[in-house]
Design a protein around this ligand. Sequence first.
Ligand code: SF4
Length: 375
Amino acid sequence: MAELPSVHKKLIPWFQKHKRSLPWRKTKDPYRIWLSEIMLQQTQVKTVIPYYQRWLKHFPNLTSLAQAQLPKVLKLWEGLGYYRRARHMHEAAKIILEQYGGKFPADPESLHKLPGIGRYTQGAILSIAFDIPVPLVDGNVARVLSRLFAIPEPIDSREGEKRLWELAKKLVPKKNPGDFNQALMELGATVCLPNDPWCDRCPVSNFCSAFRQGDQEDYPKKIKKNESKKVRAVCGLVHSDGKLLITQRPSQGLWAGLWEFPTFRLTEKADSESTLDKKLHAWGLRVCDLQKKGSLKRSYTIHREDLEIYFCKLVSDKKKGRAVKLPARQLLYVAPTQPWDLGGPVPVSHRWVRRNELGRFAFPSAYAKIIREYL
Ligand code: SF4
């Protein structure tokens, strides 16, 4: 077992000397620390940097975020994924402005009540911005601790998680808790890598149980995950009079409130072209000239989706002898809230927009890619 009091004495000086220069490391402003921690969840540092900088140009402080309109917030998040993070930040900013006069609360109970601020984010904000000795555990910290202490419990089990948080709590020092927490994360991100950790460069190798045993890569232990599920979908780029049809997803569920091109799940053997034709027809849209333009793969939750992309043209309704024109905000019936849910239709709004107007709407990253590559 590593000597608990000594780890920070090695780790903090190492961090202060070797830390990467990152924009959020130049500040103690809790708003900026919070923003960086939320953006970094499930997202790589190099992806986050331009988003972080652009966000701060538009919302330099908590008040500007709280007073912003949600579509603008989502637009600035476009491409980062996990859009619930942006919605929660927006809601939390409004609460902090209304209930705390715009001053970031500096205690775990108040932070815990804010949307999107879990135990990890609390630890990051309190220790980094306010120098309060509160622990944190993210994926990198879990890997480092599981190796340092050769933890036998899977880190994604309840027991493993409990053990990690207890250790992190015992390890965090009263002095420089923010640097200590960041040092653990930095060690995991740059030295104690998932495969092939650089133990010869590690400042705490003397304390590391897994290193002593020579089985570093056997840690962390994990519960075996279910295989991901393959699914198919078809997406129509329906155009009429130089405009494209876009639909808005419902306000709850996956990619809530974002925009997309009409998309339908396909059963395993369904023909994509005829399914698209039929589904659009069921909406009251008659299309012609269906042309397959390509396909792309995307992943969400446990699904790996193969998305086929078609161009098609809205045609005249023969009975009425004129083109189908939908009022700009008429309700349509579109894909279910969850793409894997083949249940009943859900009403959402739609628009007909020109190519150069698409930039005003926030799309999930797969559709942003379609816009870049096919339109
Ligand atoms: Fe990770 Fe190796 Fe350092 Fe142990 S000695 S914490 S396995 S880098």
